[in-house]
Design a protein around this ligand. Sequence first.
Ligand SMILES: NC(=O)c1ccc[n+]([C@@H]2O[C@H](COP(=O)([O-])OP(=O)(O)OC[C@H]3O[C@@H](n4cnc5c(N)ncnc54)[C@H](OP(=O)(O)O)[C@@H]3O)[C@@H](O)[C@H]2O)c1
Length: 386
Amino acid sequence: MMKRKVLLLGATGSIGKQSLDIFKKYVDSFELTSCSGFNNKEALKEILHTFPSIGTVYCSFEVLSYLKNDYPKVQFYSEKDGLESFLNHCDFDLMVNALVGFIGLKPTLYAIEHDKELALANKESIVVGGELINSLLLKHPSAHLYPIDSEHVAITKCFMGRKKEDVESLILTASGGPFRDLTRDELKNVTLQEALKHPSWSMGAKITIDSATMVNKGFEIIEAHYLFNFPEDKIKVLLHDESYIHSLIEMKDGSFVADIGPHDMRIPISFALFNLNYERTPVPRLALDTIGSLHFRKLDEARYPALNLARFALKEKGSLPCVLNAANEAANLAFRENKLPFNKIEEVIENVMNSHRIIDHPTYEDLCYVHKISLEATQEYIKGAK
Ligand SMILES: NC(=O)c1ccc[n+]([C@@H]2O[C@H](COP(=O)([O-])OP(=O)(O)OC[C@H]3O[C@@H](n4cnc5c(N)ncnc54)[C@H](OP(=O)(O)O)[C@@H]3O)[C@@H](O)[C@H]2O)c1
């Protein structure tokens, strides 16, 4: 494969750092020409030191001021210039979008509009702009979107060599998060530290809380709908304690196809970076004979109201998934800042969703507006609820 120029967004985060591991291993396949971080100045400094090929950087203005004298050859951009201005100055074939939250939507659309390859970890892009993204992909057949989420990479692998009409349903596995053995009532007093202890994966703070509430699994249902064009009622969720089975497809003859492997994001990241090809990764092998047993449980939908909220948003479509995402961003942050108890997160999201008047087929500008007013409505609701 030709050496591709890469723009890595969110380089200082969990997915960003694991992508860098792959770039370090495959210096003949990738040239990191541009990247973004935001507040983590030491991590960004280290990246600039390790990858002298980087010529264009986006970060917070404070970090820019800290770094720019040490790297006179690098062009720096910050929130004062805007993300789009930075994107316009990047030279890349492949964008890895590992930003967290709504902010990731603009670069996702940008990559497709400019006929680039896009390895997409930022699932919020698809949740918020699924319709927009799919219609843009139709208009730009030379753009390619490769998901980085482990479940969706697993399903992509399961589909390979199979006919879509032979597949009856998609089954997303879920660990159930750190509180899977607690009742709803027992969720009242859980702490941030407890919520940040995911049983299988080590991830950024926001997605770890989203996994504890199952908002993350709800997002993945929406993501699966748009990526694989499957109806909502054919996308199921199965609790699987060990997180070794990353997802499954159920065939019409009653058999299942599953993707099994270590829970290490460098495997799905590598599959996306290599355009859906298997390559060697720096991940320690999983010795199946040491696992002993695997466990599966039925998901109690009443225990996790976030799943129903996501299913509802997907059925209604239009701007409602954007409201779901914005309300969740604000409620998730409020919990992390000790302004909202854990067990109130879904209630807040539901109330903000209920008070929204849906805009059908929203444009990017509509989505920015809905995101802004929904963040504000959520913050107001949280203040009033205290
Ligand atoms: N982590 C996982 O295992 C995993 C698995 C599947 C999907 N995903 C998805 O991948 C995405 C990234 O997740 P993550 O866990 O890697 O998140 P993370 O560790 O929190 O990293 C987020 C990145 O975004 C940057 N960032 C934050 N606010 C920004 C802003 N306002 N402007 C520009 N950049 C900003 C951060 O920079 P600083 O840190 O420098 O401030 C950091 O580089 C999310 O959409 C998540 O749902 C993650």
